[in-house]
Design a protein around this ligand. Structure first.
Ligand code: SF4
Length: 41
């Protein structure tokens, strides 16, 4: 997944993301969410 926030191109590395939710809570405009992905194998 790629995001553009504050003029920065951001890429989530799903191998490293621990789904801690800190980025969701830190976003000042609430654009991020964490959702279950049942497609993961
Ligand atoms: S802050 Fe947590 S949920 Fe957000 S990208 Fe980093 S590891 Fe994943």
């Amino acid at each position: 997944m790629a995001l553009n926030m504050f003029g920065l191109d951001l890429q989530i590395d799903h191998e490293k993301c621990t789904r801690c939710g800190i980025c969701v809570r830190a976003c000042p405009v609430g654009v991020l969410t964490l959702v279950e992905n049942n497609d993961e194998k």
